[in-house]
Design a protein around this ligand. Structure first.
Ligand code: PIR
Ligand code: CA
Length: 307
């Protein structure tokens, strides 16, 4: 069992990542931490409480972190995730409590109290950068950071930048230069994880409330992805990072150099991935390239069926 902290901004795909991480027996989900991104910190934290309440997730700690990026103003993804940040399901009042500690402090505390922990950030990297900056002695205690973010091809907020990196590229830069073993599960990978009508039908057949919540959320996500990206089905980005931690065979990677662009006129937030090894810069990142679609959805559906 791998000890994991999920740092997220739920978020439709974050929710599926959370449900997969909690249900799969390969993962011991120690904590969920939240950060401003898809919506304000207040809203994404409320969403995490809502989801954990419906799913009966009670032993996992929950803490709220940064309410804005390190340097820039917060830019949310309301057009994709709705006013609440998690439109598509009517949640009952949440009962799951929020830890008093800042997410960065909880991450630091847990890393000192445990042998090795895998961090799965599925949101802007503000909390992770804050934790590393505040206490660099945690660096060797991190087993690996497997993040959803970036892309080795095209972006989703600018031609070259993906949202999680672009929202707080200064934080991403700190993480990519930290020396921690890093896996980047970017858009080039996650666009292979579309919740097709066939997949949604399989989830619809599961007879539990968590699966019904998942269907409501995926249906909403499908509608905004159709409207803004003309996609035939919505990609469940964040769950791909969790799947990589559960079974590395599901997400194939190439170990290359990645740097985060902070200064470009048109390229701020780009994850410049040297796939051909032409720069001579040392490899620092496992860049995800190929998803096993069938195995990914089997894992997800098994997880949803277990609630
Ligand atoms: C942002 C996201 C999803 C879709 C769009 N268009 C923008 C969020 C997801 O939660 C995921 O973590 C990442 N950011 C994908 O860019
Ligand atoms: Ca996310």
């Amino acid at each position: 069992m791998k000890k994991v902290i999920l740092d997220c901004d739920p978020g439709h795909d974050d929710t599926l990542a959370l449900l997969l991480a909690h249900a799969n027996p390969a993962i011991d989900l120690l904590a969920v931490t939240t950060v401003a991104g898809n919506q304000t910190l207040e809203k994404v934290t409320r969403n995490a409480r809502n989801v954990m309440t419906v799913a009966g997730i009670r032993k996992t700690l929950l803490a709220a972190g940064a309410d804005r990026p390190l340097v820039r103003e917060l830019s949310t993804g309301e057009y994709i995730h709705g006013v609440t940040g998690l439109d598509g399901y009517n949640f009952p009042a949440p009962t799951v409590p929020v830890d008093k500690r800042h997410a960065a402090d909880l991450i630091i505390d847990l890393l000192h109290a445990n042998d090795k922990i895998t961090l799965i950030p599925t949101a802007p990297l503000t909390n992770i950068a804050l934790a590393i900056r505040k206490d660099p002695t945690i660096i060797p205690k991190i087993e690996e950071i497997v993040l959803m973010g970036g892309t080795n091809s095209t972006g989703n907020v600018t031609p070259l930048a993906e949202a999680n990196i672009w929202i707080d590229a200064e934080a991403a830069d700190i993480v990519f230069r930290s020396g921690v073993p890093l896996t980047m599960v970017g858009l080039n990978l996650t666009h292979q994880a579309k919740a097709t009508p066939e997949v949604v039908d399989r989830i619809r057949k599961l007879d539990n409330e968590v699966a019904r919540m998942a269907v409501g959320l995926i249906d909403f996500f499908a509608s905004t992805y159709k409207k803004y990206f003309h996609f035939d089905a919505p990609p469940i980005h964040d769950a791909c990072a969790v799947a990589r931690v559960i079974n590395p065979d599901i997400v194939k990677c190439e170990f290359v150099n990645v740097v985060v662009e902070l200064k470009g006129t048109y390229t701020y937030g780009a994850t410049v991935s040297d796939m051909e090894g032409i720069t001579g810069r040392p490899a620092n990142t496992n860049v995800a390239t190929k998803l096993d679609f069938d195995k990914f959805w089997d894992l997800m559906i098994e997880a949803l069926g277990s609630y």
